[in-house]
Design a protein around this ligand. Structure first.
Ligand code: RFL
Ligand code: PHB
Length: 398
């Protein structure tokens, strides 16, 4: 079946969902396709920290009803190293905060709103054989087979590739039109969701001779914790008791105990830095993880995805109405922010993780940097400014 829309969007993660909402608010039609089911998208455990700018963006887009009720504002983080736990006070250093609100909740809110506004067909879940073509023409094409088996060919003015790191959009660009920069790290994160109140009032990032650990949370009753493990680690060799024992050891401080509880979800995530540039090829615009990946230590991935589409929506609006300047600036504008976050995430990651087989220099350098970051107001402010987020491009709020 041949149909027509203004913007074809591939992927119903945070980037694709927010883009379709921002376009609808501007009176622009989109078709949003997703290979997974709604239930899968709503259950996938991922990020938990929203920058102040991301919260402001969701509020301005009328999407913050539940976020404002259930999000937990945090005014800092702890850095733990060498037997001490030091607080970095974001409010004092920058006047800004972050909000703990799970990506699963952001995605649930966005899906519910798109379906309320656009009807049950606003998002095509569980599609198969998605394809994009004719990207270097002004009528790019999106093809897919719907859940009920109908093959669609959608003629578009532009296509947004919001299909994450493993999607089809980036790989549809001729290889010689992209420059890819990538580094894999020799460690991974084993993450758990636990049905137990957090043992801390703010996130703890812990440096330890046995490897990094992070104590985060989802709600006052649910904790989220991570352990540095080897990238080829078999999750079967990590029964719950072993995970809690290892976490307790890495977070240990006199007079403090980690409360264990039932594990609700368990997974291992590899870590990489990846940037593919430019973020545009003809009428295809890449956004979020489709174009760039950061290791999760800086809590930046979700925030970058939201920032990309906050700029992309007005850029596409302009492109469709004879004002292509923002579309032309899209890639460069986003990449500046992406590279800042790539540096910050790399810096946090390499300061806190133990490299297997590292020489004797690594740990003392890390400890010196951690001590400096927690005792120099200038150094602490730099961390706080990057963690709470640099301002969105001025145009993006328009
Ligand atoms: P997503 O969320 O991967 O969504 C892409 C969607 O596209 C679908 N898809 C396709 N659909 C149609 N056709 C195809 N061919 C398709 N191929 C794929 C997928 O099913 C999916 O629904 O990308 P998006 O929207 O760019 O969002 C990016 C974020 O999800 C990601 O950057 C963050 O989760 C990263 N991240 C964190 N970011 C933060 O800002 N703060 C954090 O605290 C944080 N913690 C994390 C994280 C990521 C983690 N993992 C698991 C990678 C912690 C972890 C453990
Ligand atoms: C999380 O809560 O999932 C989380 C928090 C901070 C990070 C990464 C993940 O740096």
């Amino acid at each position: 079946m041949r149909t027509r829309t203004q913007v074809g969007i591939v992927g119903a993660g945070p980037a694709g969902l927010l883009l379709s909402h921002l376009l609808a608010q501007r009176g622009i039609d989109s078709v949003l396709i997703e290979i997974r089911s709604r239930e899968y998208c709503e259950a996938r455990q991922r990020a938990g920290v929203l920058e102040a700018g991301s919260v402001a963006l969701l509020r301005a887009a009328g999407l913050a009803g539940r976020l404002d009720r259930h999000g937990i504002e945090h005014g800092g983080i702890y850095l733990q190293f060498g037997g001490e736990r030091r607080h970095i006070d974001f409010r004092d250093l920058t006047g800004k905060t972050v909000t703990v609100y799970a990506q699963t909740e952001v995605v649930r809110d966005l899906i519910a709103r798109r379906i309320t506004d656009g009807g049950a067909g606003a998002i095509q879940f569980s599609v198969t054989s998605p394809q994009v073509a004719d990207l270097d023409t002004d009528r790019p094409v999106l093809r897919y087979t719907s859940q009920d088996g109908v093959r669609y060919e959608v003629s578009c003015d532009a296509i947004a590739g919001c299909d994450g790191f493993h999607g089809i959009c980036r790989t549809a660009v001729p290889a010689d039109a992209l420059t890819i920069v990538e580094r894999g790290y020799p460690y991974a994160w084993l993450g758990i969701l636990a049905d137990v109140p957090p043992s801390t009032d703010e996130l703890i990032y812990a440096h330890h001779a046995r490897g990094f650990a992070l104590h985060s949370l989802r709600t006052p009753a649910v904790s989220r914790l991570y352990l540095q493990v080897s990238p080829d680690e078999d999750i079967a060799s990590w029964p719950d008791e072993r995970i809690w024992a290892e976490l307790s050891e890495r977070f240990a401080l006199p007079g403090w105990t980690l409360r264990p509880g039932p594990v609700l979800d368990k997974s291992i995530t590899p870590m990489r830095s990846f940037v593919s540039a430019p973020m545009r090829y003809g009428r295809l615009f890449l956004a979020g993880d489709a174009a760039h990946i950061v290791p999760p230590t800086g809590a930046k991935g979700l925030n970058l995805a939201l920032a990309d589409v906050a700029y992309l929506a007005p850029a596409l609006d302009g492109l469709l109405h004879g004002r292509p300047d923002k579309a032309e600036a899209y890639s460069e504008t986003c990449l500046q922010r992406v590279w800042r976050a790539t540096h910050f995430s790399w810096w946090m990651t390499t300061m806190l993780h133990r490299t297997p087989g590292a020489d004797d220099l690594e740990a003392p350098l890390q400890l010196a940097q951690l001590r400096y970051t927690t005792t120099s107001r200038a150094a602490a402010t730099s961390l706080a400014e990057n963690y709470t987020g640099l301002p969105l491009n001025a145009d993006s709020a328009a």
